[in-house]
Design a protein around this ligand. Structure first.
Ligand code: IPD
Ligand code: CA
Ligand code: CA
Length: 271
């Protein structure tokens, strides 16, 4: 059996990361097959956000792989909810993060796959095939990223020490006022550079050291689970705006670690 470079590396890193990377390979085939299709089927969910046939087909395929390879584990997916298991292990899946981009032909979207054991996210894979990029981490392995078919590189957050020198990324201005009156404005006014790269990409750029602060005010666990070990293993910090674990907080702020306290103070100071 031959493996992609990611899978060959994962063989040394553990069977759960190996499986998660194989799941990402399967997801990439489905999502790329329908990306840009003129007859892509798009529906509107009850929360008025779009979902495509590719979101659903990807989640079904990943759940099928988990049922075969990890039948006792529970699964939480954005599109099909929770399947209970018999172990303390839960897989969390966002089949396409950035569906609005996917629908419009913008290549910034990714499949997010995470494994949580006893409340800790121990595996995370973010696969963005339209960018020809993938990032992954497991507890204690470091965080890794690959571009095209180049060798994987180890991720490391930036060394920027002052918010005045920091590059900020977020998704958009929606949802901030519900949890912080002037938090976004304060971040925009305090940082050196501001760009809304959006979705998973804001946080992954922090793990890569390309951005120093990323923040989003309204997230589900599937939006952030896979990102947690990648940021942490790259030396960064990720929490909710109030410092609680990001998986439970409904929002997330990611930093290079050095800046985390300053950013939380800034987000807290106006509530
Ligand atoms: C969205 C993205 C985005 C966040 C939204 C989510 P989706 O996910 O994660 O960054 O701001 O709240 O709904 O719907 O494209 O998977
Ligand atoms: Ca998402
Ligand atoms: Ca999604």
């Amino acid at each position: 059996m031959t493996h992609t470079p990611d899978v060959a590396l994962a063989l040394e890193l553990g069977p759960d990361l190996e499986l998660a990377l194989a799941m990402a390979d399967a997801a990439d085939l489905i999502t790329m097959d329908r990306f840009g299709a003129l007859d892509l089927v798009v529906e509107t969910k009850p929360d008025l956000t779009p979902v495509t046939e590719a979101d659903k087909a990807t989640e079904v395929a990943l759940r099928t792989m988990l049922a075969e390879h990890r039948p006792g584990d529970s699964v939480l997916g954005e599109e099909f909810g929770t399947s209970d298991g018999s172990t303390a292990r839960r897989w969390i899946i966002d089949p396409i993060d950035g569906t609005k981009n996917y629908v419009r032909g913008v290549p910034v979207w990714a499949t997010l796959i995470a494994l949580v054991v006893d409340g800790e996210v121990v595996v995370g894979v973010v696969s963005a095939p339209a960018l020809a990029r993938r990032w992954w981490a497991a507890s204690g392995t470091g965080a890794w990223g690959r571009m095209l078919d180049r060798e994987p590189v180890r991720l490391q957050v930036s060394l920027v020490r002052s918010l005045n020198d920091a590059s900020l990324s977020y998704s958009d201005a929606v949802g901030w006022s519900a949890i912080t009156a002037t938090g976004l404005e304060s971040l925009l006014n305090t940082t050196w550079r501001q760009r809304a790269y959006g979705d998973f990409w804001s946080h992954i750029l922090v793990a890569e050291g390309a951005v120093d602060v990323a923040a989003e005010p309204a997230l589900g666990p599937w939006d952030i689970a896979a990102i947690i070990p990648i940021v942490t293993e790259a030396g960064g910090r990720i929490t909710a705006f109030d410092g609680r674990p990001a998986l439970e907080g409904g929002c997330a702020v990611t930093t290079n670690g050095v800046l985390h306290g300053s950013v939380l103070n800034l987000l807290r100071s106006d509530r």
